[in-house]
Design a protein around this ligand. Structure first.
Ligand SMILES: [Zn+2]
Length: 68
């Protein structure tokens, strides 16, 4: 499968992780300086930087992305 993701070298780098990454999502327009963000559906953490979600430390200790 061709992917447009380009995670950093020290990434988790698993297809399991990518299954939990959703985005980009648009913030509600009523938020000042609204931007896009990405979310891990397994632990609910969000970031405006997609690459953040490829860092193990970004997720909770019990997040499913660690189980691979
Ligand atoms: Zn997570």
């Amino acid at each position: 499968m061709n992917t447009s993701h380009s995670p950093p070298e020290n990434s988790i780098g698993s297809s399991t992780l990518e299954q939990h990454i959703t985005g980009p999502h648009w913030e509600p327009p009523e938020i000042p300086n609204a931007t896009t963000y990405w979310r891990c559906t397994a632990c609910g953490h969000e970031s405006i930087h997609e690459t953040d979600l490829y860092r193990p430390t970004f997720h909770t200790d019990d997040c499913e992305v660690h189980e691979c």
